[in-house]
Design a protein around this ligand. Structure first.
Ligand code: KG4
Ligand code: ZN
Length: 341
C-alpha cells in the first residue's frame, strides 16, 4: 500500500440517516456527520420511504459541507468520493448516489460505489488498526442478518442469512407489540434490564438443514401469541420479562451460530456489526463465548454500528486501492447482493 494519504469523502443515505465522512487511508476518521431522521419516522412507527428521500435531499448538501469543514478539507483536497449504492431504499440511495456523482464529475475525482453491508463490516477497521482479514463477521441490523466469512478485503462468503425477519426488525416488531415504540432495539434493551431473561421460554429458532441461516419470525409470533394468550385470559403481562426473554432468545441464536462457524472455520477473530451490535447483552454474550474459545472479539462503538458514512469510507479505501472505480452510470441497486459488482 502507498505511503500517500488517501482522503475519501464518503456518503451514506440508504435508509433514514443522511451521513457524510472524511476517512484517511481507510482507518482514520477525520469527520463523521450523521443527520438522523428517526424522530420524524417515529410518528409513523417505522421508516416512510417517501419522507426519507425528501429529507435526504434537503440535508445532503449541508451534511457534506459539515463533514468537509470539520475535517479541514475542501472538495479540492480530497482524493476520491465514495457512496453507498445498495442495498437500501431506492429513493433514499439515489440521493447519495446523485450527490457523489455530481461532486466526482465536477471535481474530476474517482468515484467508488460501496455495498452497505461491506460498510458495516469495515466499521470494525476504524477502531482496531490491527484487524485484518481473514475473520468472521455477524452483521445484524434492521434490514440484515448475515454471517459472513471475510476472506480478504472485498472478498466475502455469506455462510448464512435470515430466511425471514432481520434481527433488528424482530426487535422493532416486538417493541411495537409491547408498546415501546420505534426504534425498538434500544428500548427493548433498556426494558430488559428490569426483567428476568429466563421468565418465558421463547423458542430459539433453527432452520432445518441450514445451520448458518437464521429465522426470527417464529420467535416474533411466539411473543405475539404469548401476549394475546394472556389478554384472552384477562391476565396482565410483565413487559420487562417479555423484553428480557425475547432478547435472550435472539442473542442465544446469534451466539450459537457464531460459535458453530468458529468451530468449522477455525477462525481466531470474530467481529460483529450493524445496529444490533450496539446491544450490550449481545456484546457481553459474544465476548464471553469468544473468550472461552480463545478467539479475539471485535465490535465497533455504537456510533459506528448505526448507519454512518465513516464505515463507507473505510470500505471504499480498500476498494480504491484494489483499483475499483465506478462510472457515471453508477445507479442505486436496492437489492444489491454482497460480492456483486
Ligand atoms: O444498522 P442500522 O442502524 O440500520 C440498518 O442498516 O438497518 O440498524 C438499525 C436496527 C434497528 O432495527 C434497531 O432497532 C436496531 O438496529 N438496534 C438495536 C439496538 N440499537 C439499534 N437492536 C438491539 N439493541 C440495541 N441496542
Ligand atoms: Zn445499516
Amino acid at each position: 500500500m502507498s505511503d500517500k494519504e488517501i482522503k475519501i469523502l464518503a456518503i451514506e443515505s440508504s435508509c433514514d440517516e443522511t451521513a457524510a465522512a472524511i476517512v484517511v487511508n481507510g482507518r482514520e476518521v477525520r469527520s463523521n456527520i450523521i443527520s438522523t431522521q428517526i424522530p420524524l419516522h417515529t410518528l409513523y412507527g417505522g421508516v416512510v420511504p417517501e419522507i426519507a428521500s425528501r429529507k435526504h435531499t434537503e440535508r445532503i448538501n449541508q451534511v457534506v459541507t459539515a463533514a468537509l469543514e470539520e475535517a479541514g478539507e475542501t472538495l479540492d483536497s480530497i482524493d476520491a468520493v465514495a457512496v453507498t449504492y445498495g442495498p437500501g431504499l431506492v429513493g433514499a440511495l439515489l440521493v447519495g448516489v446523485a450527490e457523489a456523482k455530481a461532486i466526482a464529475f465536477a471535481k474530476k475525482l474517482p468515484l467508488v460505489g460501496v455495498h452497505h453491508i461491506e460498510g458495516h463490516i469495515s466499521a470494525n477497521y476504524i477502531e482496531n488498526p490491527e484487524l485484518e482479514p481473514p475473520f468472521l463477521c455477524l452483521v445484524v441490523s434492521g434490514g440484515h442478518t448475515h454471517l459472513v466469512r471475510v476472506k480478504d478485503y472485498g472478498d466475502y462468503e455469506i455462510l448464512g442469512r435470515t430466511v425471514d425477519d432481520a434481527a433488528g426488525e424482530a426487535f422493532d416488531k416486538v417493541a411495537r407489540a409491547i408498546g415501546l415504540g420505534y426504534p425498538g432495539g434500544p428500548k427493548i434493551e433498556q426494558k430488559a434490564l428490569e426483567g428476568d431473561a429466563n421468565a418465558i421460554p421463547f423458542p430459539k429458532a433453527k432452520v432445518a438443514d441450514h445451520p448458518y441461516d437464521f429465522s426470527f419470525s417464529g420467535l416474533k409470533s411466539a411473543v405475539l401469541n404469548y401476549i394475546n394468550g394472556a389478554k384472552m385470559k384477562g391476565e396482565s403481562v410483565n413487559e420487562a420479562d417479555i423484553a428480557a426473554s425475547f432478547q435472550k432468545a435472539v442473542v442465544d441464536a446469534l451466539v450459537d451460530h457464531a460459535m458453530l462457524a468458529i468451530d468449522e472455520f477455525g477462525s481466531d477473530k470474530f467481529a460483529i456489526a450493524g445496529g444490533v451490535a450496539s446491544n450490550g447483552a449481545f456484546r457481553e454474550a459474544m465476548r464471553k463465548a469468544c473468550e472461552k474459545k480463545g478467539v479475539k472479539f471485535y465490535h465497533p462503538s455504537p456510533i459506528l454500528c448505526t448507519d454512518n458514512a465513516a464505515m463507507i469510507g473505510a470500505a471504499a479505501y480498500y476498494d480504491y486501492m484494489g483499483g475499483k472505480r465506478d462510472g457515471w452510470d453508477l445507479n442505486a441497486v436496492p437489492n444489491l447482493k454482497l460480492g456483486e459488482r
